[in-house]
Design a protein around this ligand. Structure first.
Ligand code: DX5
Ligand code: ZN
Length: 241
């Protein structure tokens, strides 16, 4: 405890990751878009796989990811919004994907899915939608690599960041504690909202519109702006909480 009665939080040492989401890219040139996002400094590539059943949009699938694999060596994170999830694991592994992000509230056994993804030598994350609570991930925290907090309603890019998710980000960070787990935010991420999310404990930032649809910045500058904002926000340690 400090003299003022506040607790000091250890400096955040986990590297910031900026993860371009191709849902906002130019679909007529997806290979080039992935290559440009890589060269511009994206740490991983976020692939929203939406089948129109739970979320009313239709996007990409494993054959597309396999085709895109030739354009970058960066890891592919599949944000799986297609059901049943278990039916896609083999195909996503074969397509060269590296990580699957599962929605916590799937009507399938999450522990079995996590085990199956790991058995396929992929890493795994859990996604909390705005209606899910931080505590929902607790039973799975020792089996996963990342918690992805949705900061918009899932399914579409270009939405406004939900500031009401901020306490949840901080709660997830506290639950993670010293476990080697990343905390990502997904939806409406801009330099301004990345600053807020980073202060709350996020270390990874999924961004579509603010990179691929920026009117004033190159992809490189857009990624740099996100990285600078998030890094700056977490460099004020030791930080009082
Ligand atoms: C939304 C997706 C996001 C989306 C983010 O369901 O999960 O990954 O691409 O897009 P922006 O950055 O445009 O909010
Ligand atoms: Zn996503």
């Amino acid at each position: 405890m400090s003299q003022a009665g506040q607790c000091y939080r250890a400096p955040m040492t986990r590297p910031i990751q900026i993860i371009p989401s191709i849902l906002a890219a130019d679909y007529a040139r997806l290979g080039d878009e992935v290559m440009k996002a890589d060269q511009a400094g994206g740490d991983r590539i976020h692939l929203d796989m939406i089948d129109g059943h739970v979320f009313k949009n239709l996007s990409f699938g494993p054959r597309m990811f396999q085709a895109l694999r030739a354009y970058t060596k960066k890891p592919f994170d599949v944000h799986l919004m297609a059901t049943p999830a278990h039916a896609w694991i083999d195909a996503l592994k074969e397509a060269g994907c590296d990580r699957i992000l599962l929605h916590w509230d799937l009507e399938e056994d999450i522990s079995n899915l996590i085990r199956s993804i790991r058995a396929h030598a992929m890493s795994v994350g859990l996604v909390l939608t705005p209606r899910n609570e931080a505590i929902d991930v607790l039973p799975h925290l020792d089996q996963i690599d990342v918690v992805n907090v949705m900061t918009v309603d899932p399914g579409f890019g270009g939405q406004i960041f939900l500031h009401a998710m901020m306490p949840k980000i901080a709660e997830v960070r506290a639950l993670i504690g010293r476990r080697p787990i990343n905390l990502s935010v997904d939806g409406g991420v801009t330099p301004e909202t990345a600053t807020l999310a980073a202060r709350a404990g996020a270390d990874s930032f999924v961004a579509g519109t603010s990179i691929f649809k920026s009117k004033s910045k190159t992809y490189h500058d857009a990624i740099m702006a996100l990285r600078d904002a998030a890094s700056h926000a977490t460099k004020k340690s030791p930080e009082t909480v």
